[in-house]
Design a protein around this ligand. Structure first.
Ligand code: AMP
Ligand code: GLY
Length: 430
């Protein structure tokens, strides 16, 4: 069969690579793909991003099914367009993708459905927003309502920072439409975890747990990024917490969406803050929804899938996720993101990438911001590569990923040296 993966980041490389392991698959087309998907066995790039062009391509190539990686095509309605054309696709509809594409929609949905989250208020008027900040004081969190590629959230430790963020978004229009409305919310403390499930409108299949590292620098310092590395499983999500997340967050979400007439299909990602509650309990709050797999969480998650992923997607698209199962490698997978010079502010493109280690079953270099130009691999985006390894322990996975990452050369490369630290016994946080 021929498949189509929509997107061009590390997550899509990992998805396409895993799908291509199936004996049933001849070719996985990746639209638009990157330098890694251009050169991986059985993957093929197609330079398409327009929704109608993707529909035409899927029809003429007789694609068995498509899987959507990033949020932008979901928010643009690619799933609705494929379904209207009678084509099979896994992802959230445009209406359901509002859980990610509008923070205000998501927060109001959480409150309506009694899903635990930080207190908040929404503003379009900068003066009212400033007043609210004065009343609440810092630390406080300012979020652009719309999609801002992970850059629309300002965690303001001081009131002035919060006021500046409001001026940027509501006054100067720095985020355009996306920032014409802001959500201002209570600052929460604790440890973050990602919880990702597959949904078919009715049933839910949880994926293995994972955790990413959002800050640029070691020790969780520096600016927020799209994610500098991730590992799976995430030991913070104990079996008890797993049950609570399903009961308090995931099921109320899918049931609430179905009840409101917008059944949720696709990947649903809950970004959680796990803090200390009363009497030695854990407090659990939902920070955000994404309607997609996380990037880089997808890379370690895909490394751990042992069975045929095409069958899981087929059942999901048929509304039979209750019949699907995923066979997880019991080992830990850990991915280290290598980013370009000046990431995240203003990443530089065009640096030659050299000395990539050979891929193996236990260590893969997934590409994101890379392109192949005249046979030479170059950087072409903020996050360039995600070097992902499997190991018997998180320490082993970390050693293996860093051994591979340290060989890779490009000008200005940046990567954290401590991915996984919270999960390593003996580190400060364990
Ligand atoms: P979001 O896109 O809403 O997940 O926000 C991006 C990042 O900002 C999160 O991963 C957190 O690190 C941080 N963040 C978001 N909301 C809060 C909050 N209410 N309190 C503390 N940190 C937050
Ligand atoms: N790694 C976080 C995200 O994909 O949103």
């Amino acid at each position: 069969m021929k498949l189509l993966v929509i997107g061009g980041g590390g997550r899509e490389h990992a998805l396409a690579w895993r799908l291509a392991q199936s004996q049933r698959v001849n070719t996985v087309f990746v639209a638009p793909g990157n330098g890694g998907t251009a050169t991986s066995p059985r993957l093929k790039n197609i330079a398409l991003t327009d929704v109608n062009a993707l529909v035409d391509f899927a029809r003429s190539e007789k694609i068995a099914f498509a899987v959507v990686g990033p949020e932008a095509p979901l928010a643009a309605g690619v799933v609705d367009a494929f379904r209207a054309a009678g084509l099979r696709i896994f992802g959230a509809t445009q209406a359901a993708a509002q859980l990610e594409s509008s923070k205000d929609y998501a927060k109001a949905f959480m409150v309506r459905n009694h899903i635990p989250t930080a207190h908040y208020a929404t503003f379009t008027d900068p003066e009212l927003a400033r007043q609210y900040i004065h009343e609440q004081g810092a630390p406080i969190v300012i979020k652009a309502d719309g999609l801002a590629a992970g850059k629309g959230v300002i965690v303001a430790m001081h009131e002035q920072e919060a006021l500046d963020a409001v001026n940027d978004m509501l006054g100067d229009g720095r985020f355009g439409e996306a920032g014409a409305r802001v959500v201002i919310e209570e600052f929460l403390t604790g440890e973050e975890a990602s919880f990702i499930v597959m949904c078919d409108g009715q049933h839910v299949l949880p994926l293995a747990t994972s955790q990413d590292h959002k800050r640029l620098k070691d020790g969780d310092e520096g600016p927020n990024t799209g994610g500098m590395g991730a590992y799976s499983p995430a030991p913070i999500v104990s079996p008890t917490l797993h049950n609570r997340i399903m009961r308090e967050v995931i099921l109320p979400t899918t049931q609430g969406m179905a009840k409101e007439g917008i059944p949720f299909s696709g990947f649903l990602y809950a970004g959680l803050m796990i803090g200390d509650g009363p009497d030695n309990t854990r407090s659990l709050k939902l920070l955000e929804y994404n309607c997609r797999l996380g990037d880089p969480e997808a890379q370690p998650i895909m490394m751990r899938i042992k069975n045929d992923l095409t069958e899981v997607f087929e059942l999901a698209i048929a509304g039979k996720l209750n019949e699907a199962h995923i066979d997880w490698d019991r080992r830990t997978a850990l991915g280290v993101v290598m980013a370009a010079a000046n990431y995240p502010e203003n990443p530089r493109s065009g640096d030659a990438i050299q000395q990539l280690p050979a891929d193996s079953e236990n260590c893969m270099v997934f590409h994101a911001g890379t392109t192949l130009k005249d046979g030479q691999l170059q950087t072409s985006g903020g996050r360039v590569l995600c070097v992902t390894a499997l190991g018997e322990s998180i320490r082993r996975a970390q050693d293996k990923a860093y051994a591979a990452a340290s060989q890779i050369q490009f000008e200005g490369k940046q990567f954290r040296t401590d991915i996984g630290w919270r999960a390593i016994p003996g580190s400060d946080a364990s």
